[in-house]
Design a protein around this ligand. Structure first.
Ligand code: ASP
Length: 330
């Protein structure tokens, strides 16, 4: 009798564990931070942003709900944001000074500590898929430029003509930035909104695994093969099952110097900070004083989410198993 009871308990244990963890699944996404002013957004555009964020959020959450992994969920959400011309990633990416769209992306798996990234790719339709392929199908962490493109092609990923990424509004932003570059009087005030963008997602799945991913066109008018924080593991993208998953957006140079993703994880790991305290400490106390404008999204192993930013706005959203859900801009 006792033996029977033991077996019943043993068999139901995994079910109990999964059931418990299903209550904690969570996903958060961002579509970039910066000087986003309400007066610059028409009601139609504002609605379009909310709709795109909502679509990505729901698609990512559905993956988690069906028992998919956090990696699958973030990839699903990011791919939707990359395909939308509204965001500075994939189609709609900003232009580098040379008139090209040079894309960066990264993913990190909090369970294994494995990571993959691509930088400066110009013809891979969904750079986030290339980043994941680097993580899973190569012995490297980061591939750049032509090599990354060759690898993506060999992996069977969709390759497009570079003109696919072009949108007229982004090209106008480049023209404006180029003019500001040549202007010695300083009379051309460049809207910082023109500079930032980026998309990202972080998630916790029902198996207790965290994952983070980020994809971007970088910053308008970037030069000399500049690479931002997004594909730098530990800076713009980081995940560790013991602590949290983080994806950043903002002025990349500052995020690299402050090693933002890893810093948040370290504050939680060694100083036992909560997710909220760790993320807000880095955004407001470390980045803001040095002029590092931007924000981030993060989720911890308990399913808490935090989405702090020190800029005027950040396109963002999250959904949790307890029914909490929100998309916001300001
Ligand atoms: N962080 C990105 C970069 O510096 C830009 C952004 O988030 O908009 O490349």
């Amino acid at each position: 009798m006792l033996k029977k009871l033991f077996f019943v308990l043993l068999l139901s244990f995994p079910i109990l564990v999964f059931a418990q963890n299903k209550d904690k699944i969570a996903i958060a996404i961002h579509g970039g931070a910066g000087t986003i002013k309400k007066e610059n957004l028409t009601p139609e555009l504002e609605k379009a942003y909310h709709q795109a964020l909502d679509q990505a959020l729901e698609a990512g959450y559905a993956v988690l709900e069906k028992g998919g992994t956090s990696l699958e969920a973030i990839e699903t959400a990011i791919k939707i944001l990359e395909d939308s011309p509204l965001f500075n990633a994939g189609k709609g990416a900003v232009f580098a000074n040379n008139g090209k769209n040079e894309l960066d992306a990264a993913v990190m798996d909090g369970k294994t500590g494995k990571a993959g990234a691509v930088a400066g790719v110009t013809n891979v339709k969904n750079p986030i898929l290339a980043a994941r392929a680097v993580m899973e199908k190569s012995e490297h962490v980061m591939l750049t430029g032509k090599g990354a493109e060759e690898f993506a092609q060999k992996q069977g990923l969709e390759i497009v003509d570079p003109s696919y990424f072009r949108t007229e509004s982004r090209f106008q932003q480049l023209e404006k930035a180029r003019k500001a570059d040549q202007d010695t009087t300083g009379s051309i005030e460049l809207e910082k909104a023109y500079k930032y963008g980026t998309v990202g997602a972080v998630a916790l799945d029902q198996y207790g695994n965290l994952a983070a991913g980020t994809s971007t066109g970088g910053m308008t008018n970037k030069k000399y093969g500049r690479v931002g924080d997004a594909p730098i593991i530990g800076a713009g993208t980081y995940a560790d099952n013991q602590t949290c998953a983080v994806s950043c957006t903002g002025h990349g140079e500052y995020f690299i110097r402050a090693v933002v993703g890893h810093e948040i994880s370290a504050l939680m790991k060694y100083k036992k900070y909560s997710l909220k305290k760790a993320t807000e400490t880095v955004i407001f106390d470390q980045l803001k004083p040095i002029g590092g404008e931007g924000g981030l999204i993060a989720v911890d192993k308990k399913g808490n989410v935090s989405l702090p930013f020190n800029s005027l706005g950040m396109y963002r959203g999250y959904k949790k198993a307890n029914g909490e859900k929100k998309t916001a801009i300001f």
